[in-house]
Design a protein. Structure first.
Length: 123
């Protein structure tokens, strides 16, 4: 059995994996593996798509005999997980990195952007 790659994301729990597979059914392939095969430009495009979407479907138009070995290699190259591979289609998942939470505005009524406004009503 292959040892997990240390930098690869942890596999999603089974309920999440089921949800990812269901969501993947509705996706259209974003990238096609053609005659050129898997080039550095293709890997960069897949990496960019995973950064933008988390879940990406690709189709093998060429290199169909190599797809069983190419799909896991693509997952390793992009630090993603191969969610499923059916026929000439493979689905990859990479969770987005957590972003820093924006700072909360100070408590109370905000008067920013309204010069001369004191917050008091004038009668």
């Amino acid at each position: 059995m292959n040892a997990p790659v240390p930098d690869s994301p942890a596999p999603p729990p089974p309920p999440r994996l089921r949800d990812l597979k269901a969501a993947a059914q509705l996706l259209k392939p974003l990238l096609l593996v053609g005659r050129a095969g898997v080039t550095p430009a293709f890997i960069a495009a897949l990496d960019e798509a995973l950064h933008a979407r988390e879940l990406v479907k690709i189709r093998f138009r060429e290199r169909k005999t190599e797809k069983r070995t190419l799909a896991p290699a693509l997952a390793e190259a992009t630090n993603s997980r191969l969610v499923m591979q059916v026929g000439h289609v493979a689905v990859f998942y990479r969770p987005r990195p957590p972003t820093a939470a924006p700072e909360a505005p100070p408590a109370g009524r905000s008067t920013a952007g309204r010069p001369g406004f004191t917050g008091r009503s004038v009668r």
